[in-house]
Structure formats: C-alpha cells, structure tokens
Write a protein that binds this ligand. Structure first.
Ligand code: RP5
Length: 167
C-alpha cells in the first residue's frame, strides 16, 4: 500500500484487512500532517500469522519506533504484535457492521499484565496518530513543537466556534 515520502519510516501503520483502511486513514493523515515518516501494511493475525510475527520481530531492528495496529471483530493483531516486540503498540478498534466495534474494543483493550497495548477509542485512528507523535515527540523537539502548535490551533477553533455561537 501507500508509503509516505521518507525512506526510513518511524511508525508502522498496520491493519488486519484493507477493509480497515477507511478507519485507519485518519492516522495516516495525522502522521503526514506532522511530517512523520510511516509505512502502511496489511497484516492479519489470523490470515497471515507467519508474516505478522516476522513483521513484529523485525520491526525494532528496521528502525521503527511505534506500531499503530488496527483491526475489527476478533481483533488480535495489536496484542499479538505487542507480544513479539518491545516497541510501543497503539491499538485501534475498528467497527464492523455487527456489534458497533465493541467486540474489537474488548479484544484489544483486555491485554494480560506484561504485554501492554495503548488502546484508543473505537475508530479513534486520529488519536492513535497523535499518540504516536507524542511518543516520538518526547525525544524529538521538532515534533513536540508541532504538537504544541496543533493544540493551540484546536483551542483557537473552539474559541472561534464559541464566539460564532454568541454572535
Ligand atoms: C479483521 O477482520 C480485520 O481487521 C477486519 O476488520 C475484519 C474483516 O476483514 P475483511 O473480511 O473485511 O477482510 O481481521
């Protein structure tokens, strides 16, 4: 699938199926907005288990710093990746036609002690992108600065909308 321009991605944006892309694209948009190089992969814990394990095992040595993993239904991808890497894994529950994503959320969030997945809200891929930016920003002042600007812009929007309501 599509990659950002950079030759060495810092974030892997992975998903269980290409059908998850409509949700996961919001994370890609955030990473692109912050100028963070990323790669996109479809990897399934159930349909491509060997590929998925190999990807997780090699991720850190390939220079990746964060993995964002989205899946729906029996959403085992984020947890399985977290079990074969020490990189931070951000899990995105993708909503399918049935159960409104509650199944995905519970599959991702209920990790056993020792193997953490930072789970965002159902469909919360934009926040997953922002969380990855914050993880990188803790050691990259340029990303940290952009995060502060992003927060200021958000604040400005709310203030504007508030003023518009009263006008
Ligand atoms: C999950 O199964 C995927 O993450 C996707 O959300 C869901 C359905 O996949 P498709 O049948 O659309 O390929 O593993």
């Amino acid at each position: 699938m599509t990659d950002s321009a950079s030759p060495s991605p810092l974030v892997a944006l992975v998903m269980g199926s290409d059908s998850d892309w409509a949700t996961m694209k919001s994370a890609a948009d955030i990473l692109a907005e912050f100028g963070i190089p990323f790669e996109v992969e479809v990897l399934s814990a159930h349909r491509t288990p060997d590929r998925m394990i190999r990807f997780g095992r090699e991720a850190a040595s390939r220079g990746l710093r964060v993995i964002i993993a989205g899946a729906g239904g029996a959403a085992h991808l984020p947890g399985m990746l977290a079990s074969v890497t020490t990189l931070p894994v951000v899990g995105v529950p993708v909503a399918l036609a049935k159960l409104d994503g509650l199944d995905s959320l519970l599959s991702i969030v209920q990790m056993p002690a020792g193997i953490p997945v930072a789970t965002v809200s159902i469909g919360g891929a934009a926040n997953a992108g922002l969380l990855a930016a914050r993880i990188l920003g803790s050691s990259d002042p340029a990303v940290s600065r952009r995060l502060a600007e992003y927060a200021l812009a958000l604040e400005g929007l709310v203030v504007e909308k508030n003023a518009a309501l009263k006008a």
